[in-house]
Design a protein around this ligand. Structure first.
Ligand code: FES
Length: 103
C-alpha cells in the first residue's frame, strides 16, 4: 500500500466533498465520522463528484444527477452506468491518508 497524505480532517466538511488534485483527481468525503475516497471524475461525462450534492453516503453528480455510493463507488442511478473506483483511507492524528496508486 502507498499511503499518501491527502489533506487534514478539518479540510473535509461533513456533507461536502473535497477534491485532491492530481492527474487522476480523488474526491474525499466525511460521512458519519468515517472518511472515504473515490475517483473524483464522474463516469458519465467528467464532472467533479467533489462538487456534487451529498446526502448521507450518496453523492449526486452536479451535472446530470447520476448518484454514486460514497462507500462502495457503486452507481445508484442513471445516466452513469459504470462505478467509480474507491481507495482505502485511514486517519492518523489529523492527517487523512489515502492508499493511492502511483501516477
Ligand atoms: S457528468 Fe455526472 S451525470 Fe453526467
Amino acid at each position: 500500500m502507498t499511503w499518501t497524505k491527502a489533506c487534514s480532517t478539518s479540510d473535509i466538511e461533513e456533507g461536502e466533498g473535497f477534491q485532491v488534485e492530481r492527474a487522476r483527481p480523488i474526491a474525499l468525503f466525511h460521512v458519519d465520522d468515517e472518511y472515504f475516497a473515490i475517483d473524483d471524475t464522474c463516469t458519465h461525462d467528467e464532472s467533479s463528484l467533489a462538487d456534487g450534492y451529498v446526502d448521507g453516503d450518496v453523492v449526486e453528480c452536479a451535472w446530470h444527477f447520476a448518484k454514486f455510493c460514497i462507500r462502495t463507488g457503486e452507481v445508484l442511478s442513471l445516466p452513469a452506468t459504470c462505478p467509480v473506483a474507491t481507495y482505502a483511507v485511514k486517519v492518523v492524528g489529523d492527517d487523512v491518508l489515502v492508499d493511492l496508486p502511483e501516477e
